[in-house]
Design a protein around this ligand. Structure first.
Ligand code: GDP
Length: 414
């Protein structure tokens, strides 16, 4: 990781006794690696001092890599150390080393019982698996930029998106209360979205207003210039997107494009069908039927029929926003995901491919907002779409994921 031999690598135990610091640089991103002396899990005497050094390194670190020996297999002390790391509440990952010359998944299989949420298989002395590990561990440039921009804003970030004139500004005004709006009615809001932190019933939110609250009483309306970039950026920065649709026009193709953007970005979604006031029952039934039919693929997202103008239906949308946020940010332990996978495959086996059954062995979480579930097995490339959808539906149901897409990654050892 540091591409130096400062922390000496040699094949006998106890050589690197103290904490050693090295600087790494991966594609321009700098980081510090702390190498520790190694643990047996039941430390006494000199070893106890070493354990203390290691735990100090853990204290200091943002990310902890628990390195185990894939050749030697699971050691009695590993579980003690794993339990200890869990108690620290740090982001800890399992790294199985010396996976060269054997089937990496078999080398690692012992260790999954340790219950880490993510596992990397490497061969350090062959420089194998290191780059892809760093790639995943370090935030990407995009992520860092998005974080920098978005992290200044507190609470749940709600992006309000939709075509021009569907009622975005009206909804933003309604959600904030009239008084707030004037403050943000300033020039320069046409190009960028406006980020508006606010509180409601002791909860913190930031509205990302793509319309750019722009209306002041007596000032003539400026027709919004619809900007895709602005919308995409708002979607990216949001935890939850409220997509506003105009009930009087029904669901149009542009709305579906916007929904596509939201799902591609992996954001959770609440659909607000606006201008529901003053519509006759027949038209309402038609619009509802159309929304249900065309958004059939989105049955996991809540739809609300609201009037931003009068406020009806706006309050209950917060329940959906919270459900979405919890789903998007949920953390599930590896053993839970693996149990769901095993139940699912027992209920309904994956198909045979050229006489051999596709095997799915275990699953762990690979990220959040959107939640990513990484499934390991073999011949996963041949897994049919229908089976993937079955898995997604099963995970969605058991984990109660509401409003948020779930991403699946399949990794194969063959
Ligand atoms: P934006 O371009 O998406 O921000 O849309 P606006 O908020 O500017 O609203 C466009 C027009 O629709 C305005 O004339 C609003 O008064 C009207 N409008 C917005 N929400 C509602 C609603 O719930 N009911 C009705 N009847 N009109 C609405």
């Amino acid at each position: 990781m540091t591409r130096s031999r400062d922390a000496l690598v040699a094949d006998f135990p106890g050589l690197t006794r103290d904490r050693k610091y090295g600087e790494g640089n991966y594609e321009g991103q700098r980081f510090i690696v702390i190498d520790t002396g190694g643990l047996t899990g039941g430390e006494e005497g000199l070893d106890a001092e070493m354990a203390r050094q290691s735990m100090q390194a853990v204290e200091e670190a943002d990310i902890v890599l628990f390195l185990v020996d894939g050749k030697a297999g699971l050691n009695g002390g590993d579980e003690l150390i794993a339990a200890h790391l869990r108690k620290t509440g740090k982001r800890a990952h399992l790294v199985v080393n010396k996976t060269d010359g054997q089937d990496p998944d078999i080398a690692a299989s012992d260790f999954y019982a340790l219950g880490f949420d993510s596992t990397y298989l490497i061969a350090a002395s062959h420089n194998r698996g290191i780059r892809s590990m760093l790639e995943e561990l370090l935030p990407s440039e995009e992520e860092r930029e998005a974080q920098d921009r978005a992290d200044r804003y507190p609470g749940i970030r709600i992006g309000i998106v939709g075509r021009p004139n569907v009622g975005k500004s009206t909804l933003v005004n309604r959600m904030l209360g009239e008084d707030r709006v004037i403050v943000y009615d300033m020039p320069g809001t046409t190009r960028d979205s406006v980020y508006i932190p606010f509180e409601r019933m002791d909860n913190q939110y930031t509205l990302i207003d793509t319309a750019g609250v722009r209306r002041r009483k007596n000032v003539s309306e400026v027709v919004e210039k619809f900007s895709i970039i602005k919308t995409l950026q708002a979607i990216d920065d949001a935890h939850v997107v409220i997509l506003v649709i105009d009930a009087r026009e029904g669901l149009v193709d542009q709305d579906l494009h916007l929904i596509g953007f939201v799902l591609d970005a992996g954001r959770s979604l609440v659909v607000a069908v606006n201008k529901w006031d003053g519509m006759d029952p027949e038209d309402r039934a038609k619009v509802k039927e159309q929304v249900q039919r065309r958004l059939d693929f989105l049955d996991y997202a809540d739809k609300h029929y609201i009037s931003a103008l009068h406020g009806s239906g706006v309050g209950v949308m917060y329940d959906s926003v919270h459900a979405c946020y919890e789903s998007a940010m949920a953390k599930w332990p590896t053993n839970r995901l693996t149990a769901i996978l095993q139940d699912a495959t027992a209920q309904h086996q994956p198909p045979l491919v050229q006489g051999r059954r596709i095997k799915l062995r275990y699953a762990h979480q690979g990220g959040s907002n959107p939640p990513v579930i990484v499934v390991h097995g073999n011949q996963t490339d041949a897994l049919p779409g229908a089976y993937k959808r079955y898995l997604e539906n099963t995970f969605r149901k058991v984990l109660k994921v509401n409003g948020s897409p779930i991403r699946f990654e399949f990794r194969s050892s063959e």
